[in-house]
Write a protein that binds this ligand. Structure first.
Ligand code: LLP
Length: 431
């Protein structure tokens, strides 16, 4: 089910290393990434485009997990980068990521964010709203600079996923609607600004999507628009950015397609549309986040208290929870786990895994079969590489976990565990 192995002692291994030794060395909760798996995921996207001679950019959506080391891996794999804030851009610059391959998103970009993007000559800004057009035009004029942009549109496609993470339907805070003339108004406005070069259209239909139909419908809708805009505004799209959202496996109920299949489907659909409308073949850009890092990472926890309510439930608590993985509390997201020091034990029981935050909703996994648990067992929760560390928080003033990269039999600490002193460093005294 998950791309990890077990050694002779029955311990889970990650990139060939014993997870229990990692837990002992770095403490828990601990995020561990198999870097080889990150590279494989990235290459599944990049190689499928390259093998068919399709001009493409695969932009890693760094919101899924942004850190200097991760951005360096993205750079090594020739990915582009999607950032949505000054903080993510700052991290990318610190990692020396090539600026021309950085794309900036956001539905409420601040003037500071726009200025930072312009100052560093990033590759493109994805225009989301009218307010931002004015801010960008003014910034470019003041600085005598130019900028490439994509126009983010909402094609009205509902992807089959959890409501909270739907961003492509029409009642959305993101982008310009295609159905009510706002996208047309945006392109006309942008075409009148000399310092702005419009590369093309962008859409993102949602996240954790398993089927290709939603993407196909979105591409078809974009081409209808482009065909219309070609005749009315003489506008041709050099680039079509189809966003991210490719699903991954969290539990056995999830059945994602191989990543190359999503890409193949996009290529085939674009090919068909190009023929239908007799248009130039655009560059295809995508923005996968979860599918690059999600299944490459896991979290190690130490088990502590057990509360057995006879005939009801057995709660086993870990030393982390919604502070390092908000997804179960926020989306009812489901995860799979094993006892990393005793993977193969036949003697099993059903338990529910609780976090340690003061909140009843802080449950990581309901009703999972695990070997009979003991204090100080190490629990490994799989597929926590995306939106785990990046959504972690300081509730109850738990320090943020550490992150370790494993590759070629070597482990490397890439984010230090936070100290209590780190946590209070911005607190000021009132005495
Ligand atoms: N591009 C845009 C414009 C996006 O809004 C997103 C995700 C992505 C790309 C990357 O999507 P991915 O390939 O990772 O699915 N916190 C939620 C996911 C929120 C996704 C937001 N946008 C979760 O934990 O499931």
């Amino acid at each position: 089910l998950h791309p990890f192995n077990v050694n002779a002692q029955g311990h889970l291994t990650i990139g060939g290393l014993d997870s229990i030794e990692l837990a002992n060395k770095y403490g828990t909760p601990l995020f561990v990434y198999d870097v080889e798996k990150i590279r494989q995921n990235a290459r599944a996207f990049v190689d499928t485009f390259r093998e068919q001679g399709i001009k493409a950019q695969v932009a890693y959506a760094s919101k899924a997990f942004s850190s200097i080391a991760m951005i360096q891996v993205a750079k090594q794999e020739n990915l582009s980068l999607d950032v949505v804030s000054q903080g993510e851009l700052y991290t990318a610059l610190k990692a020396d990521f090539p600026v021309e391959k950085i794309h900036m998103h956001g539905n409420n970009k601040s003037i500071e964010e726009i200025e930072m993007a312009v100052e560093h000559d990033i590759g493109c800004i994805v225009i989301d709203n009218f307010y931002e057009i004015d801010l960008l035009a003014k910034t470019l004029q003041d600085r005598q600079k130019e900028m490439n942009v994509l126009i983010r549109v909402t094609p009205g496609i509902e992807a089959h996923t959890h409501d909270y993470i739907l961003t492509g339907n029409e009642d959305s805070k993101f982008g310009f609607d295609l159905s009510n003339g706002q996208a047309e108004e945006a392109i006309q406005k942008l075409m009148n600004i000399n310092s702005i070069h419009i590369l093309g259209l962008h859409c993102h239909i949602g996240s954790q999507i398993f089927e290709t139909d939603g993407f196909t419908m979105a591409v078809e809708r974009l081409f209808q628009t482009l065909s219309d805009w070609k005749s009315r505004f003489q506008f041709e799209s050099e680039v079509l950015n189809l966003g991210g959202g490719f699903g991954i496996r969290y539990t056995k109920d999830d059945d994602p397609l191989p990543l190359s299949i999503y890409v193949q489907s996009l290529i085939d659909t674009v090919k068909k549309q190009v023929q239908t409308y007799r248009m130039e073949f655009p560059e295809i850009w995508i923005e996968p986040g979860r599918s690059i890092v999600g299944d490459a990472g896991l979290t190690l926890y130490t088990l502590g208290s057990v509360k057995d309510i006879p005939n009801v439930r057995k709660y086993v608590s870990v030393d982390g929870g919604m502070t390092d993985n908000l997804r179960p509390a926020l989306y009812n997201a489901e995860y799979d786990a094993v006892i990393a020091n005793n993977v193969y034990s036949k003697n099993k029981e059903e338990v529910s895994v609780a976090g340690k935050c003061c909140e009843s909703g802080d449950m990581l996994i309901w009703n999972i079969e695990l070997p009979i648990v003991k204090n100080n067992d190490i629990l490994a929760v799989f597929s926590t590489g995306a939106y785990g560390y990046s959504m972690s928080n300081h509730y109850n003033r738990f320090p943020k976990a550490a992150v370790v990269f494993v590759e070629s039999g070597q482990d490397k600490l890439v984010i230090k565990r936070e100290s209590f002193e780190d946590m209070v460093q911005n607190d000021l005294s009132y005495e």
